[in-house]
Design a protein around this ligand. Structure first.
Ligand SMILES: O=C(CO)[C@H](O)[C@H](O)COP(=O)(O)O
Ligand SMILES: [Fe+2]
Length: 223
């Protein structure tokens, strides 16, 4: 049975009480904490920087999973690693020298991830498979929480699964955008094993803990 990890996205939490939001998610059993970093250029929205990670690092031992939706991400890798990032994911669409950027992330001691926008085909990964630890398949167009899951991404998850399955080291497949109890099982059935969820966890009517547990239950028993 594969291990499925849950990555609550702080983007949907109350920014006035991020520490509480991080603690609640971890206490509910979430292994990852997902940080959506947006610069107003790669995506229209502006969110948080390394200072947010640094402030939360002492209150959480979860895996800090940083999703950089910024242009020239190579300029900020050290800052995010120093602030407490365990994994750093860059968008292939934002990197001129993707292999170099991934090698740089690993040289800092962090896991290296590549994110693909919905319109980006998985073939772009072909020559960097040895250099990455995680592929993030965006299941919405990046920029905002609360968007509707794109079912056209399901075959892409399967294609990514095919690509990574023969690589000698483990490569995680993360899905991000519109993930809830209905869409999560569909992605896991196609090979996803890290589930990012903002709205489904932080806006769950019965609270964060119920949100994490419901998501976990929805994928129980799936391979
Ligand atoms: O990267 C993101 C948006 O660009 C977020 O991680 C994602 O949208 C999570 O929010 P939700 O679960 O509400 O869709
Ligand atoms: Fe994200």
């Amino acid at each position: 049975m594969r291990t499925i990890r849950i990555a609550p996205s702080l983007l949907s939490a109350n920014f006035g009480r991020l520490a509480q939001a991080a603690k609640e998610a971890e206490e509910a059993g979430a292994e990852y904490l997902h940080f959506d970093v947006m610069d107003g250029r790669f995506v229209p929205n502006i969110t948080m920087g390394p200072a947010a990670l640094q402030a939360l690092r002492p209150v959480s031992s979860a895996f800090f999973d940083v999703h950089l939706m910024i242009v020239e991400p190579e300029r900020y890798l050290e800052d995010f690693r120093r602030a407490g990032a365990d994994g750093i994911t860059v968008h292939v669409e934002a990197c001129t020298h993707l292999q170099r950027t991934l090698a740089h992330i690993r040289s800092l001691g962090a896991k290296a991830g590549v994110a693909l926008n919905p319109a980006t085909p998985p073939e772009v990964l072909e020559y960097v498979l040895e250099d990455l630890d995680l592929v993030l398949v965006m299941t919405v167009n990046p920029g905002f929480g609360g968007q509707e899951f794109l079912p056209t991404m399901l075959p892409k998850i399967e294609q990514v699964h095919q690509l990574v399955t023969h690589v000698a080291h483990p490569i995680a497949i993360e899905v991000d955008g519109g993930i809830d109890v209905h869409t999560a099982p569909q992605t896991v059935a196609r090979g996803a094993n890290v589930l990012v969820a903002g709205t489904a966890i932080y806006h769950h009517p019965e609270g964060v803990s119920a949100g994490v547990r419901a998501l976990r239950r929805s994928v129980e028993g799936l391979r």
